[in-house]
Design a protein around this ligand. Structure first.
Ligand SMILES: *Cc1c(COP(=O)(O)O)cnc(C)c1O
Length: 432
């Protein structure tokens, strides 16, 4: 399998180049030259396979020319070291719980796979990589956790003081080892500006090998297609034989793009449902308007506050830039803050099920979809555990979410962060 950058479609590179190039702070959007399809028999077989077995078969399609079989198995099983269960909520609506990983968000799957793949590609390279990320919460903790104790890799995370929840701060600051958190006396935008400045600093780059664990890295996208197969097989194994659509709460649209890739591999999915909060540029496009990036608005489902989703061009590329073909496969719904909160309340009181705000956006969109498509069943992805957003959940429901062991273990641990101002020279001195 060869890969290409969407901006340079005639030049083919290896997966190693595509994934390691993607870390130079650049915005290269790599794609596989073609998406390989499984035979109908293989699709049937995968329906009875375990999550790791599915992951292995899918990963092999993309990795097999560059990574040996035993390593692929190993990367898949360490990335998927937790359950991804399908839970029936009511009638034709199910949820796929993607939040049982170490940092309680679906981003664990992509971050862990990427960390293991980097470690493999860098094994004989004899260079140390220094990963620099700015975070407002979820990405930083998934990346930090995934790269903990990976040889040859140091991670520095910048986060804004007082702007992440106390649980998120614990997730970022207590790891130790090769992970350092810098508590910046500023906003998330200040953190991001400092990181951008570091990537633009030729003098710094000549002294250390800087890398980003960018969410557009192809190494995060490939593993996210595994759990779509797992969702469908769990659904079929319940004895359900009607058509199935999958709803994806979306921000940068990496997760949904991975779903479209699974469909292209032969997985039978009627529609994808793109669920967004009020940051609605993709639902607007899907309903016939042109694609118009906007500034993002802040919401309670803040991991989806994206006004210019970076994977939109990948979605279009998968459909050879035929907007109507994309619109035929993907239906979009934008959910207001009010409806997000109402949904959290309703699902808790009717089914005793606690949704986080991102999952609530997914449920509300699924509900609209089933009104228009009454014959289809829907699985919506629950992308984070409600405890990650305990303040919002507590405000809306008046009940605190139970704290899972991954988080309660952290509560007694010490914050080891380094305090810093927004002065770039301080960051540079620290990195050197
Ligand atoms: C990142 C994130 C999303 C959005 O995923 P994309 O791939 O960027 O669309 C949704 N929910 C949660 C909890 C997230 O952390």
């Amino acid at each position: 399998m060869k890969y290409y950058n969407i901006n340079q479609p005639d030049k083919f590179v290896t997966l190693k180049e595509a994934t390691l190039n993607g870390i130079q702070g650049s915005s290269s959007l790599f794609m596989p030259q073609s998406i390989p399809a499984f035979s109908a028999g293989k699709i049937q077989e995968l329906q009875r396979a375990s999550l790791c077995e599915i992951g292995f078969e899918v990963a092999k399609l993309f990795l097999d020319e560059e990574v040996d079989t035993a390593t692929i198995r190993n990367i898949v099983s360490t990335s998927l070291s937790f359950d991804i269960p399908l839970v029936h909520l009511h009638d034709s609506i199910h949820t796929l719980e993607l939040f049982h990983g170490p940092t309680l968000a679906f981003k664990d799957v992509g971050a862990r796979f990427m960390a293991n793949l980097f470690a493999y590609f860098l094994k004989n390279e004899n260079r140390d990589i220094h990963i620099l990320v700015a975070t407002s919460g979820d990405t930083g903790s998934a990346v930090a956790n995934a790269f903990l104790n990976v040889d040859g890799i140091k991670v520095t995370i910048l986060y804004p003081r007082g702007k992440v929840s106390s649980l998120q701060e614990k997730q970022l600051t207590t790891l130790g080892g090769n992970i350092t958190a810098l508590e910046i006396n500023g906003t998330f935008d200040d953190c991001q500006k400092m990181v951008k400045q570091a990537f633009a600093d030729a003098d710094l780059q000549s002294k250390i090998s800087l890398a980003s664990a960018n969410s557009i890295n192809l190494a995060r996208l490939i593993p996210q297609s595994f759990y779509y197969f797992h969702a469908v097989s769990q659904f079929r194994n319940l004895g359900c034989d009607n058509e199935l659509s999958i709803c994806v709460p979306s921000g940068n649209f990496g997760n949904l793009t991975a779903g479209l890739m699974a469909k292209r591999m032969g997985l039978s999915i009627k529609h994808f449902i793109a669920a967004t909060n009020i940051n609605n540029v993709v639902p607007q496009f899907l309903s016939g308007a042109s694609f118009e990036p906007k500034l993002s608005c802040q919401t309670i489902s803040n991991a989806m506050d994206v006004g210019n989703p970076s994977n939109f061009v990948r979605m279009m590329e998968l459909y050879n830039n035929h907007s109507d073909a994309l619109r035929a496969d993907v239906k979009g719904y934008s959910i207001s803050e009010e409806l997000t909160k109402e949904t959290m309340k309703e699902i808790f009181s009717s089914f005793n099920y606690m949704l986080d705000p991102h999952g609530a956006v997914g449920y509300a969109a699924s509900k609209f979809y089933t009104e228009e498509h009454p014959d289809a069943s829907v699985v919506f992805l629950e992308t984070a555990h409600p405890a990650k957003f305990d303040n919002v959940v507590n405000d809306v429901l008046g009940v605190a979410p139970p704290i899972p062991p991954q988080l309660s273990l952290l509560l007694g641990k010490e914050n080891q962060s380094v305090k810093m101002t927004t002065d770039y020279s301080e960051l540079k001195d620290y990195l050197i």
